[in-house]
Design a protein around this ligand. Structure first.
Ligand SMILES: Cc1cc2nc3c(=O)[nH]c(=O)nc-3n(C[C@H](O)[C@H](O)[C@H](O)COP(=O)(O)O)c2cc1C
Length: 304
């Protein structure tokens, strides 16, 4: 594994490689990137005209091209199982009725803080990914799921969504939902059951989420890092995405480094041949990512 960028030293690394910006571009800056800053850094949301002008046939063709681009990129899920993202979007798009996007930012693994860091520092990259995924599958609504106790994160995300509403750039409403911070509550059938008004516990049972999930509609549950990568694939293309990593594991991945080390943090890493090399460097946002323990607010659910 080779570290291509760390949050605090990114500016230096950007000068060293033309492959950036990837996910942590600008993450060394304090605070979240605002919409203008985000667009300067990564470019505008690349939605085609057909997404807005009511030409449904053209929109369907453009959505299929976007999914094909994601398939060609080899992007696989960053939520744990590594499921091919393009294949998931394709099956949700083929489902019956309008679909739903669920962005899983609930990061139940106690030692992992990479999703929270990304949401804090680059909320618009994740929101771009949500909107693009919604366009790809023909979704009419989207949920961004985080820990309900994390009021700082929720406030930041709601502010970012508000800025996008004012700018009129998102296709579908995106609602931030706070769930319990138990590990199992982050599993996709648990999230879907929770969004459907039940307990936040896994069902692990049919029907499968991509066929009948939220409100019995075809539902794509994607990790928020996956969606941020998807946004970059849509902006820069699959060839760019594959410039990092190896054919079987293209792109970069965020990893949390913690424990008995000098500078814990989050790193962007890529696989390189058979060799693994790591170099840790601190990411202050990742350290701040450890404060969600308010049991009393576990069941907070925004607007539902
Ligand atoms: C016990 C358990 C906990 C999980 N926790 C998370 C999590 O914190 N974040 C996440 O994105 N996926 C988590 N997953 C995986 C999700 O169920 C789901 O597969 C994932 O969000 C899909 O996103 P991806 O395709 O982008 O990987 C968990 C799975 C299990 C079985």
């Amino acid at each position: 594994m080779t570290i291509v960028a760390t949050a605090p030293r990114l500016g230096h690394l950007e000068r060293r490689t033309r492959r950036l910006p990837r996910l942590l571009a600008g993450a060394a800056d304090r605070g979240p990137a605002g919409l203008n800053q985000h667009e300067r850094r990564f470019g505008a949301l690349p939605l085609p005209e057909a997404a807005w002008n009511g030409d449904r046939a053209a929109a369907r063709r453009a959505a299929s091209r976007l999914i094909a681009e994601v398939e060609r990129s080899g992007l696989a899920g960053h939520g744990g199982a590594g499921f091919p993202t393009g294949r998931k979007l394709r099956s949700v798009a083929a489902g019956a009725g309008p679909a739903v996007i669920v962005a899983n930012g609930s990061e139940g693994e106690p030692a992992s803080h990479k999703d929270r860091l990304l949401l804090l520092r680059a909320p618009h990259l994740v929101l771009d990914g949500i909107t693009l995924a919604a366009f790809a599958v023909g979704a009419t609504e989207a949920y961004l799921v985080v820990h309900g106790t994390d009021s700082r994160l929720i406030a930041g995300l709601e502010g970012a969504i508000q800025a996008r509403d004012v700018a009129g750039i998102d296709l579908v409403p995106i609602q931030v939902v706070g769930i319990g911070d138990r590990y199992v509550a982050s599993e996709q059938t648990a999230i879907v059951q929770y969004l459907n008004g039940g307990p936040g516990l896994p069902t692990f049972a049919p029907p499968r989420t991509h066929e009948r999930g939220v409100a019995n509609r075809p539902t794509a549950v994607n990790n928020i890092e996956t969606l941020a990568h998807l946004a970059l694939v849509a902006k820069y293309g699959h060839v760019w995405f594959r410039e990092a990593g190896v054919p079987a594991a293209p792109g970069t991945t965020l990893v949390t480094v913690s424990g008995a080390i000098e500078r814990p943090g989050a790193l962007a890493a890529r696989r390189r041949g058979g060799h693994h090399r790591t170099r840790a460097s601190g990411a202050p946002g990742a350290q701040a990512a450890t404060s969600h323990q308010d049991e009393a607010a576990r069941r907070r659910r925004d607007g539902r």
